[in-house]
Design a protein around this ligand. Structure first.
Ligand SMILES: Nc1ncnc2c1ncn2[C@@H]1O[C@H](COP(=O)(O)OP(=O)(O)OP(=O)(O)O)[C@@H](O)[C@H]1O
Ligand SMILES: [Mg+2]
Length: 223
C-alpha cells in the first residue's frame, strides 16, 4: 500500500490540565475525502490545527506528505504549509480592505509566486469571475466562502482542510460549497472536513468520530 498522505502516531495535545487529544492514530490516503465529527469540545479543531501546523503536538507525531512537521524550523514550516495545505475556515478570515482577487493573490505571495491570471482562474473555478474586484463586505456569505476556497486552491496544494466550511451558510450556499469540495475531491485532492452535520459527513467516503479527545470509531459511507 502507498504511504498515507496524512498520518498521526500517538498524538497528544494538552492545554494545562485539559487533555484535548489523547493517543490519536489516524491515516488518510491520497485522494480521500474524510470528515471528522464529534460533539463540541471533542477536539476536532485542535486536531485540525495540529495537522495543518497552526499548532504543535504535546506528544506524538504528525507526518504530512512524508514530512514530519517537528523536523522543520519556522521558515520550513511556513513554506511547507504554503505548498502542501489549503485552509478553509468557518469564519472566512478574508482581509476586509482587499478585493477578492487581492485576497487570493495574498496567498500566492506567501508562496512567493504571484500570478494574477492563476488567481483569476481559481476565482472563475468557484464561479466568481464577475466578483473579483469586490471587497468581502460587498459579497454574500456564500460568495465570501467561495473566495476562501479559491484562496485555498491557488497554490494547488495536495491537501485541503476545511473546519466547518458551511457553518455560517444557508442551505443553498451550503450545497454550493459542498458540491465544490466534492468536485475538487474528484479532481484528486485530498480533503479533510470537520462538520457537525451528519448529512454533510455522509457525502465523504469516511467519517472519523472523536469523543472527549479520543478516537471513538470510524464509518465508511455509501455514496
Ligand atoms: N487554547 C486552548 N487552551 C485551553 N483549552 C483549550 C484550548 N483550545 C481548546 N481547548 C480545549 O480543548 C478541548 C477541545 O477543543 P476543540 O476546539 O478542539 O473542540 P471542537 O471539537 O473543535 O469543538 P466545537 O465543535 O465546539 O468547535 C475543549 O475542551 C477546549 O476547551
Ligand atoms: Mg471546533
Amino acid at each position: 500500500m502507498s504511504q498515507p498522505i496524512i498520518e498521526t502516531q500517538h498524538l497528544y495535545k494538552r492545554f494545562g490540565q485539559v487533555t484535548a487529544l489523547e493517543d490519536i492514530n489516524i491515516q488518510i490516503e491520497q485522494g480521500e475525502f474524510v470528515s471528522i465529527m464529534g460533539a463540541s469540545g471533542s477536539g476536532k479543531t485542535t486536531l485540525m490545527n495540529i495537522l495543518t501546523g497552526l499548532d504543535t503536538a504535546s506528544e506524538g507525531k504528525v507526518i504530512l506528505d512524508g514530512v514530519d512537521a517537528a523536523q522543520l524550523d519556522e521558515t520550513g514550516r511556513q513554506r511547507f504549509r504554503a505548498e502542501k495545505i489549503g485552509l478553509i475556515f468557518q469564519q472566512f478570515h478574508l482581509i476586509p480592505y482587499l478585493t477578492a482577487l487581492e485576497n487570493v493573490m495574498l496567498a500566492q505571495h506567501y508562496h512567493s509566486v504571484v500570478d494574477e491570471a492563476a488567481a483569476r482562474a481559481v476565482l472563475a473555478q468557484v464561479g466568481l469571475e464577475h466578483r473579483v474586484d469586490h471587497r468581502p463586505s460587498q459579497l454574500s456569505g456564500g460568495e465570501q466562502q467561495r473566495v476562501c476556497i479559491a484562496r485555498a486552491l491557488v497554490n494547488q496544494p495536495p491537501v485541503i482542510f476545511a473546519d466547518e466550511p458551511t457553518g455560517n451558510l444557508d442551505e443553498k450556499n451550503e450545497k454550493l460549497v459542498l458540491d465544490l469540495l466534492i468536485e475538487l475531491n474528484r479532481q484528486g485532492r485530498t480533503i479533510v472536513m470537520v462538520t457537525h452535520n451528519p448529512e454533510l459527513g455522509k457525502v465523504t467516503a469516511r467519517t472519523i468520530f472523536l469523543q472527549h479527545g479520543k478516537f471513538l470509531k470510524e464509518e465508511r459511507n455509501e455514496n
